[in-house]
Design a protein around this ligand. Structure first.
Ligand code: NAD
Length: 357
């Protein structure tokens, strides 16, 4: 079995790291890597040493049984992939339906890593979680860079500096990492989430949980939040707005699986925020949690900077490539047995990811 890894077209990450190549070697899988694939994440072709073969894109595709990329944008031109198996993340694809149709026409079998079920058994393959954690960290670092103030409290002979106030909306994987990072930098952190499980996690990180009664929870939703009632959202808005008006940084990560992200920060609320404050909206690619977010841009509204970026993990290309590579290895190690791919009908993880059904 030979597996090929592509150089990304628009992303700084790569789906194979030199350390993970050794893991493939141990299970008898040969690795081919497109020339320059690791460049943007600080990995040189020579770093793969003798453990992987470095080839052109065409040759990687021709010689591999399965072809992997971080993003589906790299599956181009599709005609080159005729009859092959591809594994990638299709969640950022703007023309997903058209791409899937093209893949079908070219008899390409495609697995979407973003559809891996979020169950305990599949946790080590979950690219959404590993990338969200990095994005949560980077969101805080980015806000600290843009904020004209410090995060920690400091007492000096020239006067004292108060700690920054940070509000985190959505205490899932990204939100919890944002809370932990902001706390480590010395900020006062408050967070809101409709899931009761999130409450304990926020408190255990030293954050304050913004209590709002009446949240709807559904045990069958696999740990995800479900759409909230208008009453809950109104109450949440009231409680959260008071905190946001006096905050310095707002990090928003609130998502509802398969739906547009809820708008939690209105234009009116932004206009009440202090000049110099910063909002980092990690939900920006699914509509944004702030009414004024422009996806993939940093904008300014009355002196408040709004960062719309759902792909902050790719700004930490070294670590995100390592974690992504491990996720991909764990997935392939699960679906390949004795040098052959397992039958899709016998495995719920594999069948959940097939986008060509
Ligand atoms: P996500 O990215 O879908 O959503 C982010 C957060 O937004 C969630 O915590 C959600 O509750 C919150 N949210 C939704 N509506 C909101 C609103 N109106 N206001 C404030 N917050 C709102 O979720 P995620 O971070 O990927 O995961 C959420 C949870 O799912 C995790 O904390 C975990 O319990 C579970 N999970 C389990 C696994 C696993 O077992 N493999 C993997 C990933 C996640």
């Amino acid at each position: 079995m030979k597996i090929g890894f592509l150089k990304e077209v628009k992303d700084t990450r790569v789906a194979i790291s030199p350390l993970v190549v050794l893991k493939y070697e141990k299970i008898g899988i040969e690795i081919v890597v497109e020339k320059g694939a690791g460049q943007s994440s600080g990995i040189d072709d020579n770093d793969f040493q003798k453990n992987a073969t470095i080839l052109s894109k065409e040759k990687v595709i021709q010689s591999s049984d399965i072809i992997i990329s971080v993003n589906s944008e790299s599956i181009t031109p599709i005609s080159l992939f005729k009859g092959k198996i591809v594994v990638s993340n299709f969640s950022g694809e703007s023309n997903k339906d058209e791409l899937i149709q093209n893949l079908k026409t070219n008899k390409v079998t495609a697995y979407d890593l973003s559809l891996i079920p979020r169950t305990t058994i599949a946790q080590s393959m979950d690219i959404l979680s590993s990338m969200a954690g990095l994005a949560g960290y980077k969101a805080v670092i980015k806000s600290a860079e843009l904020l004209p103030r410090m995060f920690p409290m400091i007492i000096t002979a020239a006067g004292s500096i108060k700690p920054a106030k940070v509000v985190v909306l959505g205490a899932g994987v990204a939100g919890l990492q944002a809370i932990a990072t902001a706390k480590r930098l010395g900020a006062i952190v408050q967070a809101s989430d409709p899931r009761q499980a999130a409450r304990e996690e926020v408190l255990s990180l030293g954050g304050k949980f913004i209590e709002v009664e009446g949240a709807i929870e559904d045990k069958s939703s696999g740990g995800y939040a479900v759409t909230q009632s208008k009453e809950y959202l109104d109450k949440q808005k009231e409680e959260v707005s008071k905190r946001i008006e006096s905050s310095d940084v707002v990090i928003t990560t609130a998502q509802v699986f398969g739906r547009k992200a809820p708008v939690l920060v209105s234009k009116e609320l932004v206009s009440k925020m202090k000049r110099g404050s910063v909002i980092v909206d990690l939900a920006s690619s699914s509509g944004g949690n702030c009414e004024l977010t422009v996806d993939s841009k940093i904008t300014d509204y009355n002196g408040v900077k709004i960062v719309g970026n759902s792909f902050l993990a790719s700004e930490l290309s070294h670590d995100s490539s390592n974690l992504f590579s491990n996720n991909v290895f764990n997935f392939l190690n699960h679906i390949i047995k004795d040098g052959k791919m397992i039958n899709e009908n016998d495995d719920s993880i594999l069948s959940s990811c097939n986008v060509i059904k």
